[in-house]
Design a protein. Structure first.
Length: 86
């Protein structure tokens, strides 16, 4: 016999401590395949790629642009560019 109501929905709570770290930097080198070398305020350089929403909206980045990035706390050499500040 079938129960009335919709299927059982599992409640998901996202309390992870390994969330991405947001950081700002300046684009120093434009590489092939929407990859960039970005210099952080501390002087370190990371390899960054554009997020999917920026690709979808054709946001262009050039050398000297300030960008906001998301970086994994486990691999601090790579990042995802999420916003162009200017």
């Amino acid at each position: 016999m079938r129960r009335k109501g919709g299927p059982y929905k599992k409640k998901v709570v996202d309390d992870r401590e390994d969330k991405a770290v947001e950081i700002e930097g300046i684009v120093k080198v434009v590489l092939a395949g929407t990859m960039f070398k970005v210099e952080l305020q501390s002087g370190h350089e990371v390899l960054a790629h554009i997020s999917g929403k920026m690709r979808k909206r054709f946001i262009r980045l050039v050398v000297g642009d300030r960008v906001r990035m998301e970086m994994s706390p486990y691999d601090t050499t790579k990042a995802r560019i999420t916003f162009r500040i200017g």
